[in-house]
Design a protein around this ligand. Structure first.
Ligand SMILES: [Zn+2]
Length: 404
């Protein structure tokens, strides 16, 4: 016999011992009845009761477990909902900023393209446009830093950040090209004997010319891209310098030799007294063509005391030329003249001892010695010709937009 069988039998014996046959006497109205509760019947009842109890326990447990699970699920769902709501709020907050940044980028792109078209046309930006060292005065270029977008921004915004970086790189390139050109013009002006700093400062005060400064959205735009912010000033400086360079009358006013020693204090040919001679004299045959020394607009045609017949041309940037002692005119007030265009004929009117041109250059009303302008070296003239082409294109664009 195995020990298992033995054990089971022992349990069976204990179980059987719990249930004994019982006999119960019941007396009702004097009659005595005899009830017998058998052990078998007791066992059946006990088994049924046990089974019921077991079923109840099972159901209860199931319900309880279910409840636990549902509570857990609910908590999970609630947690997810809360996260979604928070995310949505964050996205809504970002969406406004993303839209704002996108609008700024869009506007800046349009402005950059306009600047590029206006000042460089179809020519490609020079690859080596980085401003030279020691050119701080003209360049004042700052190291380019791409402003980082908010790192908490969702991934969609990172695409904007990439666009911004590219835009900033283009903007920096444009700035370098502008600075390089401004530097060229500045050097040429300095070689012609004028002070570029003063000219730019005076132009800034006057804000003359057709330059339309960037009046874009303040706010994010100013915080974005340093080079973009620097461009406006750089473009203004470049335009002033180039316009000034073009306005400097370096063209020969007559194809005759000038008396290069005639500017300054000298003996007045009429009184013999020491007097300031504010121009250069060009002796030559009567009727020699007199040419505009720079492009500009004729502001005076007529007689002036002492000067005789005079033509005056305004070249912009505070620069004016005067041609005196003329014998005839080939232009009229208000006419636009090109450099080298004939405006008059040489003569000897006014206080003149013989046929000659008296040529004067005035910068903001003050006479300056034109000799350095007329003796400009080829390299300067080359820069000047480049600038003239660009400013000419600008003027044409300006004229076209005005005509519209
Ligand atoms: Zn003179």
């Amino acid at each position: 016999m195995s020990s298992l069988t033995t054990g089971l039998r022992r349990w069976r014996q204990r179980f059987d011992a719990l249930f004994q046959d019982h006999e119960i006497f019941v007396r009702t109205h004097g009659h005595v009845r005899f009830l017998r509760v058998s052990a078998v019947w007791q066992k059946r009842v006990a088994l049924i009761a046990g089974a019921v109890l077991l079923v109840w326990a099972g159901v209860t447990l199931t319900v309880f477990v279910n409840q636990l699970l549902t509570a857990g699920e609910r908590a999970e769902v609630a947690r997810k909902e809360a996260a979604a709501a928070a995310g949505e709020a964050r996205i809504a907050q970002y969406r406004d900023r993303v839209a704002e940044i996108a609008a700024d980028l869009d506007e800046r792109q349009a402005q950059l393209e306009e600047w590029k078209d206006t000042y460089f046309g179809s020519e490609a930006l020079p690859a080596d446009a980085a401003p030279k060292a020691g050119a701080k005065d003209a360049a004042e270029a700052k190291p380019v830093e791409t402003s980082a977008l908010d790192p908490r921004l969702p991934p969609e915004a990172q695409a904007l950040a990439r666009i911004e970086a590219r835009q900033e790189a283009f903007s920096a390139h444009l700035l370098a090209a502008v600075d390089a050109r401004a530097l060229k013009a500045r050097d040429a002006i300095a070689k012609l004997g004028l002070d570029p700093k003063t000219l730019v400062r005076k132009a800034s005060v006057g804000q003359g010319g057709p330059f339309i400064p960037w009046r874009g959205r303040i706010g994010r735009a100013s915080a974005l891209g340093e080079s973009f912010a620097a461009l406006e000033g750089a473009l203004f400086r470049m335009e002033v310098l180039e316009r000034t360079l073009v306005a400097i009358p370096s063209g020969q006013p007559a194809h005759v030799l000038m008396l290069s020693s005639s500017y300054g204090y000298r003996h007045d040919p009429f009184t013999g007294a020491s007097a300031m001679h504010a121009g250069l004299d060009f002796p030559g045959p009567l009727g020699t063509p007199i040419l505009a020394a720079a492009p500009g607009r004729v502001t005076f045609v007529g007689r002036r005391s002492g000067y005789g017949n005079v033509v005056e041309v305004d070249h912009g940037q505070g620069i004016m030329t005067r041609y005196a002692h003329l014998s005839g005119f080939n232009t009229s007030v208000g006419a636009r003249v090109a450099a080298g265009q004939q405006i008059a004929k040489m003569g000897s009117t006014g206080r003149s001892t013989g046929s000659h041109l008296h040529f004067e250059v005035r910068l903001n009303g003050v006479a300056v010695n034109p000799r350095r302008f007329l003796e400009a070296k080829a390299d300067v003239l080359e820069v000047k010709a480049d600038a003239r082409q660009r400013v000419g294109a600008l003027a044409r664009a300006d004229g076209a937009s005005r005509a519209r």
